[in-house]
Design a protein around this ligand. Sequence first.
Ligand code: NIG
Ligand code: FE
Length: 412
Amino acid sequence: MITIITNIKELLQVRNNSVKKVSGKEMKILPTIKNAFLILKDDKIYDYGEMRNLPSLKADKTFDATGKIVLPTWCDSHTHIVYAGNRDGEFVDRINGLTYEEIANNGGGILNSAEKLQNSSKDDLFDQASKRLEEIMKLGTGAVEIKSGYGLTLEAEIKMLHVIKKLSEFYPIEIKATFLGAHAFPKKFKENKDDYVDLICNKMIPLVAKEKLAEFIDVFCETGYFSVEQTERILKAGNDYNLTPKIHVNQFTSIGGVQVGIKYNALSIDHLEIMTTQDIEDLKNSNTMPVALPSCSYFLSIPYTPARKIIDNDLPLALASDFNPGSTPSGNMNFVVSTACIKMKMTPEEAINAATINGAYAMNLSKTHGSITKGKKANLIITKPIPSYNYLPYAFGSNLIDKVMIEGEFIL
Ligand code: NIG
Ligand code: FE
C-alpha cells in the first residue's frame, strides 16, 4: 500500500543517513526540506524529496499537505502511564503549602498510588491506561516507554508489566517496558529496607526476566528513596539478566546517581533537575543519554534541568513527559517541547531533536524511529497550516496537530 503526501510546506528531521543521537552543537541543526513530498509504503518511509522531483507512482492514498508541516512523531522515553485513579487531593495539598517530599513522608505519593494499583484488576488497569495511551497518540506520540513501579510487591509488579505487554499487543504504537520495582519502599519494609532490595534482586528481577516482561530496569535513586549502594546492587542484579538501566537520578539531590548510572552503562539517566559540574564532566565519557522532564518541573515547581549547561558542554539531551499521577499528570509532548524552549532556553531545533531522535535513542529505537529516513517507521505528525515550525513551541497550549500516522495508519 502506497501513500503519497504532497505539497508539504516543510518536512522536518530529514536524515538520509540515520544518526543514533545528536549532541552539543549538532542539536541546533534540524535538517528539513521545503515544499516536499513524502512517500510511505505499508508501515515504512519509502521516499521523500522536493516536489519538483516527485516520481510518478501509482498511489493507493494521497494527502495534500499544503501549508502544513510534517515531522516524525514524538518519542516519549519516560512514562508511568499504567496507574490506578489519580492523586488530585495531593495536588490541592501542594497548593495549600505541602511539598512533594512532605506528602510522600506522610504516606502519600507513590505509596498512595501503589495501594490503589494493588486493589485494581488487570482489566481495570488496562482500560485506564488505554485512555491515556490513546490520548498521547492523538497528541503525536509514536513510541513510548512505560514503567512498572506502582506495584511494589512481586505480584503487583508482574501485574503491571502484564498490562504494559497487553497494551503493546493491542496498539500499533511501539512500547518499551521498564521494570521499576525500586520506585519506593513499601510500608512493611520501612525498618528493613535492604530486605526489599533483596526481594527485588532475588525474586522480582529473575521473574521479570524469565517472563520477558521488560527490556529496561529503573531505580529511583534519591535521598529518602534508594541509596547509591542499593541502586548499585539492583543494577548489578539487573545486569545479570540483561536488563539495561534507565534510572531516575538527581531530581532533588545529587548523591552519585549519575555516576552509578554511567558505571552500569545506563541507556539514559532521567530528571537531572540538580546537576553539579562533576555530574556534567562525568557524562562526557559515557554513552548515556541525559533526559529532561520539564512538565514535572512545571507541575511540582522545582528547578528545570539545566539544558543549556548540558548541551553547551557538548552533551546530548532528550526530552520526555514523565506522565504519572503524582509529579506529572500529563503526557503532552507538545507541551514538553514548548516548556523546554520557554523555561530551559532550548531552541526549537534543539527541542525537536531532543523529543525525536534523542528520545528514540533513550529507548533503543534510533534504528526505526525519530527521523524521516528511508526504511524507518511511517510515524508522522502533520500539523495544521502554521507559519513556521517555531510555531510548535511558540503557540504553547494550542493544539496544532491535524493528523497523526503511526506505522502507516492515520490514527487521527
Ligand atoms: O518520575 N520521581 C519518581 N517517580 C515519578 C513520580 C512518581 C509519583 O509521584 O507517583 C517521577 O516524577
Ligand atoms: Fe518518572
